[in-house]
Design a protein around this ligand. Structure first.
Ligand SMILES: *Cc1c(COP(=O)(O)O)cnc(C)c1O
Length: 408
């Protein structure tokens, strides 16, 4: 037997079934028109953001990194709840605008921005988080040709990274951001060129569950921003402090203690260096806001035994849930939380492998999981499916097509 991850709190049971937004899994599938299906819960997202705001200093803005889940209905809902949106491509920017956000609430980071993407963002008035000196020059030239004052921030490649972070994105050679040592000169260049200077973006990693690591990193981020601004002789209108708040996916993962993180940040905000005293601070979060509020439902198509091992073969798989299959940035495959959705809370009876319908051994949703007995027609739920699911999986692979999605 291999353990499965912890089922996020907040899900209901109705008539013996997993329920979201007052509807049973079977009813959700019927309403959506079939499986595989992602279901995202408004109530759970709302509760998460309320709790986060209660824990964080009032002064801290909360941004949504839309790459975590760009599903249109969910994005529209998020826009009402957060203070800003972080996008990473022209496509995301266009979608954010189409969904009703105003460009002044959007910042655009990401390496490899093409001229047309820079032009699009500059014409809209979105903030560009510049990833290199080259990109800065291109942005200044494009803005100059158009006679527009661009809103420019520098994404800093910090000389440290977050301890215990799932995906390391700072400290050493990186395609992201401008090396800290080169930032002061570039900041001066941007200010001297007459652009609207927006400050710094310092992103240090992702999927952190250790409050001490987050607290330490936020301290380092504030220190670095103050030092760089001092060296450049510029102010810091806005500081995007990164995010990296993680969620428990696997057995023994403990939720991040946001009360401690918030209290520590409160204390830091109370004794800021002069150069940061008027700064607007933001964190950018993806999975923490939406990850636990989503489930992925797949139907059992076949049940078979091979050399004594029971397989539940579903109509879902890694083409929608690459992360749960263990093929999206994990070193050792571990089980996400899973359940038999139409027998939610029933006693576990047997050890099974839950697999997808793709013809590859990579397509696993749960290994040696202890579950209630499930047969053809039953529904399997994979939890923690609200972030990096549909949009971060190869939906075209093996021609099974995309999943349905709904927000309830
Ligand atoms: C991916 C990304 C995020 C969101 O990461 P989560 O782990 O989902 O919170 C935030 N900022 C940047 C720059 C990113 O690349």
């Amino acid at each position: 037997m291999k353990p499965t991850g912890p089922i996020p709190p907040g899900f209901a049971t109705i008539a013996g079934e997993l329920a979201v937004g007052g509807l049973t899994a079977s009813a959700l599938v019927e309403e959506a028109g079939g499986t595989p299906l992602f279901v995202y819960s408004r109530d759970m997202i709302l509760a998460r953001i309320s709790a986060l705001r209660a824990a964080m200093p009032a002064r801290l803005k909360i941004h949504y990194a839309m790459k975590a889940n760009p599903y249109r209905d969910l994005l529209g809902f998020m826009l009402e709840l957060v203070d800003g949106l972080d996008v990473a491509s022209q496509g995301e920017l266009a979608k954010a605008i189409a969904t009703g956000t105003t460009p002044d609430k959007v910042s655009f980071a990401g390496p490899g921005k093409r001229d047309e993407e820079l032009r699009f963002a500059i014409h809209l008035g979105a903030t560009l988080n510049l990833e290199s000196a080259n990109e800065a020059e291109r942005a200044l030239r494009i803005a100059g040709e158009a006679g527009i004052m661009p809103r420019l921030a520098i994404r800093v490649n910090p000389d440290f990274e977050m301890r215990g972070s799932g995906m390391k994105m700072g400290g050493g050679a990186k395609p992201f951001g401008v090396d800290a040592a080169e930032v002061p000169a570039l900041a001066r260049r941007i200010v001297d060129a007459g652009a609207e200077w927006r400050g710094f973006h310092i992103y240090t990693g992702s999927q952190a569950l250790d409050a001490d690591a987050v607290i330490e990193t936020q301290g380092n981020v504030l220190e670095l921003a103050a030092r760089l601004a001092g060296e450049a002789g510029v102010d810091v209108p806005h500081l995007n402090m990164g995010g990296g708040f993680g969620i428990p996916y696997f057995d023994k993962d403990q939720p991040l203690d946001i009360a401690r993180v918030g209290a520590a940040l409160d204390a830091r905000f109370a004794s800021l260096p002069p150069v940061l005293q008027d700064t607007e601070f933001a964190i950018e979060l993806g999975r923490y806001l939406v990850g636990e509020a989503g489930i992925y439902l797949a139907r059992v198509v076949d049940r078979k035994v091979s050399y004594g091992v029971t397989y539940l073969v579903t109509d879902g798989g890694l083409h929608h849930q690459l992360a749960a299959s263990g093929n999206f940035g994990t070193v050792v495959r571990r089980n996400y939380p899973v359940a038999v959705a139409n027998r939610f809370g029933a006693e576990p009876e047997e050890e099974v492998n839950v697999v997808g319908c793709l013809c590859t051994p990579l397509d696993r949703l749960a290994d040696a999981a202890l579950l209630p007995r499930a047969d053809v027609g039953d529904l399997i739920a994979v939890f923690c499916a609200g972030a990096y699911g549909a949009s971060a999986s190869p939906a075209e692979f093996l021609g099974q097509g995309p999943a349905r999605e709904m927000l309830v």
